[in-house]
Design a protein around this ligand. Structure first.
Ligand code: ADP
Ligand code: MG
Length: 764
């Protein structure tokens, strides 16, 4: 195929971005006329590509993790991005660790090493966290959570209360001090241990800051303050860990969607087997009311299947023999025999989980910005704290105690925890919410773009319409209808275009068979061609025949009339004779108009339809569907140009398509949204956001959710910054106490987390 040679650069996967790789795949799906250059395939030969190569090379380091022998662990107890950094640095310093990545948002650690898992687990423990191998986590979705942290905190709290109670009555101050000291030791043991590893690996995380503050307080004899700092810090971090775990859990709960066992049919016997043991080609039986355990194709039976768990679709889908079904969906009516087509690890739901986890590991631009800010902020405040402890008293501007105390407060205020947490928790929650509505957002960056969208462009065929056109009218101009239809059938037999499928179906219904043809070619955006009995015959639109200088004037009026009724016209003929006209119509999806109305309601500025179809049909469909604007008669490369035009004046534009023949436009838009993710793999690879259902139902929800996520992230950032600055401001008049400083830090973090978790609950 010609496009493959054009896209040579694309054959090397390392060369192109994932988008361009899929691009190649998509292109090779449609046979292309050698006479028509596949201009879209030039993506790789010009610009863009070199930059992509570089990016790819940089990513290679990370890809070792995917290719090499690696293990995945789930880490518990991380409540701050810095914790992940500390753990990563510590593990990297170990001689037997080749590569490691710790992700705070997902709580995952990927590691390449040549030692035993036990050693890894104990090293993680040393740094203050709990590692659970990912494989055992999948079996028992709920891993045993450690209560040791909580009980230590409780003991520390009791000691603190005892201490303050005894300070009220007449007991020797040594006893009071001992009680406080014990409280500090018990509650501070874990953070101090983490702090030790942080310092050792050269990072300045909140454990270090809090530990220094507590030790400092003890040194200046403020035992009560020290104990309060330790207790409040322990309480705050425990609460934070718990709530962050809850957001992480919301993704893991997706894994429980599909049942762990299946009824496998062998002969006439049914045996219950774990899904891991079911092979491709096995037949499984799913009774009414049961969940489907694996992806497959219906071999016998009909039913209505509720696909909401995967696609978010509100209405169950009727399924019959030959239709695909997905693990995790619910068989509502009849008993089904299903021919298994995917192993348990390759099912659609497994891929969703994988994609969602990957998505959550990607940093959004805001997050990266906040991280950079924190990286500068913390050391600056830390140094400031040291300076304040030393210089003013050195110059005799006050007592050492007073300035030391102010310095310790600064140490606590130097903790940027709430700020650092402001973005990732919100993003994880939003991506999790979307996933449960059948929408995959491939990363926080795309969530941010979706939240600022102004214009949405839609592909017509298969996106706004069902993509299953039907022949509605046949007009014969020259010769017999039978001859004309047989020729149409012969040409279209080799095309995969929905129009071709419609003509094949119609002629099959008329019991017509194809004739002997050769040199079958597709003329992109115009039609198709074949040589029959030595004569070139064409099937295509008016433009195609005008280009051939065929005698079209006599049929133009009829053609226009049919087009204005919303039909797509296929003319059959040669360069000097028109044999006939076939009118094809594609119904608008029921969900389309509804979704478009909702988009208007939530304030999307402009909806645009892009189509290769003619002006008349386009205008009819556009007004019926309710889009604001349309571009008709576009060749694939024109769709790219149309997107670029919409992007003028910095407009943020999303392109929505089925991902099959609109990959270039999806890649050009600020945001590529594909639908029908459950059905086609290409859609899953090409786009930034994937609607698993084969319709637009969840699009408005996705946009509302993204906007709310953006708003919540902004609130979080401002809130944590303002709290920090108020705390800083209160230090110098001497109004801030150490324990207030701790509360302002951990309390703000908790509020930020709670605010972010609202995103888990947003319904559409
Ligand atoms: P779209 O998906 O927006 O309809 P296409 O580029 O797939 O755009 O097709 C554009 C137009 O080209 C169609 O509306 C039709 O008129 C014509 N066409 C494309 N392929 C065929 C075909 N196999 N047979 C007849 N007409 C075709
Ligand atoms: Mg199309």
């Amino acid at each position: 195929m010609p496009n493959e040679t054009k896209a040579t650069c694309c054959t090397d996967d390392a060369c192109c971005s994932p988008k361009e790789v899929t691009f190649k795949k998509t292109l090779s799906l449609t046979p292309v006329n050698p006479a028509v250059p596949a201009s879209t395939a030039s993506c790789c030969t010009d610009n863009g590509c070199t930059a992509e190569i570089k990016e790819r090379e940089e990513e290679k380091g990370a890809s070792i993790l995917e290719n090499g022998k690696h293990l995945e662990y789930r880490i518990e107890g991380m409540d701050c991005g810095a914790c992940a950094v500390t753990l990563e640095k510590h593990m990297r310093s170990l001689p037997y660790v080749t590569d490691i990545r710790v992700n705070f948002s997902t709580g995952n650690m990927k590691i390449v090493h040549n030692t035993t898992p036990e050693t890894i687990i104990s090293e993680v423990k040393k740094a203050g966290y709990t590692a659970i191998p990912a494989s055992s986590q999948r079996k028992a979705a709920k891993a045993p959570s450690s209560y040791s942290g909580i009980s230590l905190m409780a003991v520390s709290g009791i000691l603190l209360v005892l201490g303050s109670l005894s300070s009220l009555v007449q007991v020797p101050s040594t006893i009071v001090t001992t009680l406080y000291a014990a409280s500090i030791l018990v509650g501070g043991y874990k953070p101090a241990r983490s702090a030790y590893y942080a310092v050792k690996s050269g990072s300045l995380d909140m454990n270090v800051l809090m530990a220094s503050a507590a030790i400092g307080a003890a040194l200046i004899g403020e035992w009560l303050e020290g104990a309060t700092v330790v207790f409040l810090f322990a309480l705050g971090t425990t609460l934070q860990t718990k709530s962050i775990e809850r957001t992480r859990e919301s993704i893991r709960s997706l894994m429980d969607l599909a049942p762990p066992e299946a009824w496998v049919k062998q002969g006439i016997a049914l045996t219950r087997k774990p899904v891991e043991e079911v092979k491709i080609g096995d037949t499984i039986v799913v009774k009414p009311g049961e969940k489907i355990p694996l992806d497959g194709e219906i071999a016998a039976g009909t039913s209505s299947v509720n696909q909401a768990p995967i696609t978010g679709e509100s209405i169950p889908v009727d399924k019959q023999e030959g239709d695909p079904v997905y693990a995790g969906t619910v068989n509502e009516e009849g008993s089904l025999e299903i021919h298994v087509t995917k192993l348990v690890e390759d099912t659609t739901i497994a891929r969703i989980i994988h994609l969602v986890e990957e998505a959550q590991e990607k940093k959004a631009p805001t997050e990266a910005f906040v991280d950079r800010f924190a990286k500068i902020y913390t050391p600056i405040v830390f140094i400031l704290a040291i300076l304040i402890m030393i210089f003013p008293p050195l110059f005799g501007w006050g007592t050492w105690e007073a300035w030391l105390y102010k310095g310790l407060e600064l140490l606590v205020v130097a903790c940027p925890c709430a700020l650092v947490i402001s973005t990732p928790v919100a993003i994880v929650s939003a991506i999790g919410n979307a996933a449960r509505h059948g929408v995959l957002i491939k990363g926080g960056a795309f969530l941010e773009i979706a939240g600022t969208l102004q214009t949405l462009a839609f592909d017509k065929t298969g996106t706004l319409t069902e993509g299953k056109p039907k022949v509605v009218k046949v007009l014969t101009i020259n010769g017999t209808e039978q001859d004309m239809l047989a020729i149409a059938r012969t040409i279209e037999e080799h095309s995969k275009h929905p129009i071709a499928v419609a003509i094949m179906d119609y002629t099959s219904g008329q019991h017509l068979s194809s004739r002997q043809g050769e040199n079958f070619t597709t003329i992109v955006g115009k039609g198709a061609q074949a040589i029959i009995d030595g004569i070139s015959y064409y099937a295509g639109n008016l433009k195609l025949f005008q280009g051939l200088h065929a005698p079209t004037t006599s049929i133009e009026k009829q053609v226009l009339e049919l087009q204005n009724q919303g039909n797509t016209i296929v003319i059959i003929g040669t360069h000097d004779t028109i044999l006939g006209i076939i009118a094809v119509a594609d119904a608008i999806r029921k969900t389309t108009t509804d979704a478009l109305q909702k988009l208007k309601k939530i304030g999307i500025h402009q909806t645009v339809m892009l189509t290769g179809d003619n002006e008349g049909t386009a205008s009819h469909i556009a007004s019926t569907a309710g889009v604001d604007r349309y571009f008709a008669e576009l060749l694939p490369e024109d769709k790219v140009a149309a997107i670029k035009k919409l992007q003028e004046n910095n407009h943020v534009v999303a392109m929505v398509g089925d991902g099959i023949n609109d990959a270039p436009a999806l890649a050009t838009a600020n945001l590529g949204i594909a639908m029908g993710g459950a059905g086609t793999d290409t859609a899953m690879e090409t786009a930034d956001i994937i609607l698993m259902a084969d319709n637009l139902e969840k699009l408005p929800h996705t946009i509302t959710l993204s906007r709310k996520a953006l708003r919540i992230i902004k609130q979080n950032i401002w809130f944590s910054l303002i709290v920090k600055f108020i705390a800083l401001g209160l230090i110098f008049p001497g109004w801030l106490t150490l324990w207030l400083a701790v509360i302002s830090d951990t309390g703000a973090a908790l509020i930020v987390i709670a605010n972010s978790m609202r995103l888990l609950r947003i319904k559409n």
